[in-house]
Design a protein around this ligand. Sequence first.
Ligand code: RB5
Length: 152
Amino acid sequence: MKIAIGNDHVAVEYKREISRYIEEKYGYEMMNFGTDSTERFHYPAAGEAVACAVAEGRADRGIVICGTGVGISLAANKVNKIRCVTCSEPYSARLSREHNNTNMLAFGSRVVGIELAKMIVDAWLAGEYEGGRHQIRLDMLTEIEKRQTGGR
Ligand code: RB5
């Protein structure tokens, strides 16, 4: 499993810790995006970079972190094929995999403490998409993308 991870300037150390946690616990390969500096770095650039890596198949999943997790998830969800969930607890993280087949996770470094963030990551990585009754709704999301891009 390859996971792309990206952040803005308020989540530099936080990203490093989450990245290290996933590498050490799961042995997954982490692809680093966003910034490693505390100089201002606008979250749409990081959200788009991670989302494109996932949408283009260079990464299997993506994790994005900004102050609230909101701005960076909005950017990610602009990219076709991306279903990015912003979470501040593990229940939604797990259900977002089982029901919504999310391929990206976002959280806020100013909202979620680092140990809770690790629990959210664990729940998200453990969740398996259930398919079945949920698939029609995911197909409807894809139809929205197609309408927005004029069927391309
Ligand atoms: C940066 O100050 C902050 O706006 C950003 O990290 C994020 O919270 C936006 O949604």
